[in-house]
Design a protein around this ligand. Structure first.
Ligand SMILES: Cc1cc2nc3c(=O)[nH]c(=O)nc-3n(C[C@H](O)[C@H](O)[C@H](O)COP(=O)(O)O)c2cc1C
Length: 188
């Protein structure tokens, strides 16, 4: 359990932030894998991403190929939702955030330099992710690593909601940036 009905909202806010930070740092933590929802035409788009970093300012950072569909969608609509679930603690976290796409800039260059050469091929494919191909092997063809498509997705939260499942009664809280991250209880 991450939080109880007897906890103060400030304590719950601290616990939520702590758990999110653990997700970024610990590859075995369930919050290391995040479902990212973007706005895309008629259907919402959702996919799994690895949470690479959570800054002290609470910005969530992810790595991706700039040619991917998600980047195209983010250029049209910068609003996203991040979804986390911790099966042992039975807690769901949903984060509404606004995105900032870093490609061929200082921040992208800083993280690119930290990626070991043998892990760089995910961002140097000859063809864009999602391109139709005749054989699976075509999807593994490497392009030019000096002309890579590595990009950093930065998501700044505007609202964070946590749902704690409990036999005694579920608990739901919402924290909003516009309320200076003060929390309120919600009907679960
Ligand atoms: C466990 C897991 C982790 C993943 N991590 C990433 C990631 O960190 N970055 C990324 O771009 N894609 C990652 N993917 C692939 C995405 O889920 C997705 O298939 C891909 O980015 C293309 O998405 P798009 O077409 O919506 O842009 C991951 C997939 C899985 C199953």
């Amino acid at each position: 359990m991450l939080f109880q009905n007897t906890d103060r909202l400030e304590e719950i806010w601290k616990a939520v932030k702590h758990e999110l930070h653990r997700g970024a740092l610990d590859v075995k933590h369930p919050f290391h894998w995040v479902n990212l929802g973007t706005v895309s035409g008629e259907f919402p788009s959702v996919r799994t991403l690895v949470l690479r970093k959570l800054t002290q300012e609470l910005d969530f950072l992810f790595f991706t190929d700039y040619r991917s569909e998600k980047c195209r969608e983010l250029r049209v609509n910068q609003n996203v939702t991040l979804h986390f679930y911790h099966p042992k603690k039975q807690v769901q976290i949903r984060v509404k955030a606004q995105s900032n796409l870093h490609f061929q800039n200082e921040l992208a260059a800083k993280f690119w330099n930290e990626i070991p050469p043998h892990r760089r091929s995910e961002y140097t494919g000859a063809q864009a992710p999602g391109t139709s191909i005749s054989h699976p092997q075509e999807g593994w063809e490497d392009g030019n690593s000096s002309d890579h498509f590595f990009s950093v997705l930065e998501f700044s939260p505007v609202e964070i909601e946590a749902l704690q499942l409990r036999r005694e009664g579920h608990l739901r809280v919402r924290f909003s940036k516009k309320a200076d991250w003060e929390g309120i209880w919600l009907v679960p």
